[in-house]
Design a protein around this ligand. Structure first.
Ligand code: ADP
Ligand code: MG
Length: 393
């Protein structure tokens, strides 16, 4: 359904997304998990065509998002981190607006919007102004907007951020329901969220994919020491000494407090990549100390996440680097888009100070929408001069 290949996005000399590749098959629910600033939103903005990439390709279905953005975007329903809501509109007005924007004539307007409101559970609020809705309901309206046009691919950026626990559960259930008929990609920095709703987890840290596994196999990504609680009958000190000294591959052993008759429980940790269980069993049998319990201690998703993120943090000194060339992408832009962009740049350039040299842009905030906003402001009759004067007051 979606193929992302060697995606790079630089903001000036800062590399926010660094050679990210992954594929999502039809019907999958994939969670994009990563700490704040990892590059999740940037990746989502690129795959939905909101931002252009520095290099790399994104295809939705069979359509390259740069070659045919209009048709590629028709396949995507997107809920950005800040839902694009207009507070003064009623829910109804807003959804009709989305219907018109997305040109959904193939769907009967009333039926289509009724169905979406039913799924998202906002039918009772359709005549309310959006600014008077609670955060949870605003989020639902944002989701409803993404569903207009019934796109096969749904992309949600931090859909539960800022919601209360009850709303979080409701939105998660909703995402699960949507997952039955849609391909879903959602981003989150909440570990339980991916575990609760996703078939697959892609962990991203510092702009890089550091793990990509089915949810049930995610523990595999960490080649970690394994821990066991072992219950052994026998003299405590001798057993402990044997565990520490006579079994190759034991990295650590200690007695846990619990005592059960003549048995003690020991926590034993093996070195990475060794399975000590067979040797442990045979050694204990040879000594005549029965093993009456062996419990492998699993890793929680928190342990995994911390292990993966720590590991990549160690390996990476900085994401600042020389800006990569954007020529290949420019060359691929459709000519119409180029003309439009050129027009915007010209108009903007006629009153803006020239761009700073690339090297000096490090650390600055790059607003990819600057040109667009200026153009809109211009269309609304708000001149650049006026804005400058405003600053002097
Ligand atoms: P996430 O969504 O995972 O929290 P983002 O994709 O929003 O991360 O941001 C990734 C990194 O890129 C962050 O360090 C962020 O500060 C930086 N960044 C995001 N947008 C811009 C921008 N327009 N200009 C400069 N840096 C940006
Ligand atoms: Mg984000």
């Amino acid at each position: 359904m979606i193929k992302v290949s060697h995606l790079v996005k630089n903001y000036g000399s800062f590399c926010a997304v660094d050679d990210v590749s992954f594929e999502v098959a039809k019907g999958e629910v994939v969670g994009f998990l990563g700490p704040n600033g990892a590059g999740k939103s940037t990746t989502m903005n690129v795959i939905t065509g909101f931002l252009s990439s520095t290099s790399g390709t994104v295809t939705i279905g069979d359509i390259d998002i740069l070659d045919d953005p209009v048709n590629a975007k028709k396949l995507i329903g997107y809920l950005p981190e800040q839902p694009p809501l207009y507070g003064d509109m009623t829910v109804n007005e807003y959804l009709n607006f989305a219907y018109d924007l997305k040109d959904c004539r193939q769907y009967d307007r009333e039926k289509h919007l009724d169905e979406i409101c039913r799924v998202v559970k906002i039918s009772d609020y359709r005549n309310r102004q959006i600014k008077f809705l609670s955060k949870g309901y605003k989020q639902r309206v944002g989701i409803a907007q993404a569903l207009v046009g019934n796109p096969p691919l749904i992309i949600f950026d931090e859909p539960t951020i800022g919601l209360d626990p009850k709303q979080i559960i409701e939105i998660r259930n909703l995402i699960r329901t949507l997952g039955r008929e849609h391909t879903v990609i959602l981003s989150t920095h909440i570990l339980q969220e991916v575990q609760a709703v996703c078939d697959r987890i892609i962990i991203i840290n510092r702009g890089k994919v550091v793990a990509d596994e089915m949810t049930e196999n995610i523990a595999r990504v960490v080649e970690n020491a394994r821990r066991f609680n072992v219950k052994i009958c026998g003299p405590q000190r001798e057993v402990l000494s044997m565990l520490r000294n006579d079994i190759p591959g034991v990295a650590y052993a200690e007695v846990l407090a619990a005592r059960d008759g003549d048995a003690y429980t020991y926590m034993v940790e093996s070195e990475v990549g060794t399975d000590i269980r067979k040797k442990l069993f045979s050694t204990l049998a040879a000594r005549g100390w029965p093993m009456i319990g062996l419990e492998a201690l699993g890793m929680s998703i928190e342990d995994i996440f911390i292990a993966v993120v720590d590991k990549t943090d160690e390996n990476e000194d900085s994401r600042f680097r020389t800006k990569k060339k954007t020529k290949s992408i420019e060359a691929r832009r459709s000519s119409a888009e180029k003309e439009m962009a050129a027009g915007m740049v010209e108009r903007a350039a006629s009153r803006e100070t020239p761009d700073e040299p690339e090297e000096e842009q490090t650390g600055k905030y790059y607003d990819d929408h600057t040109i667009k906003n200026d153009t809109i402001a211009e269309a609304l009759g708000e001149s650049g001069e006026k804005k400058d004067k405003g600053g002097d007051e």
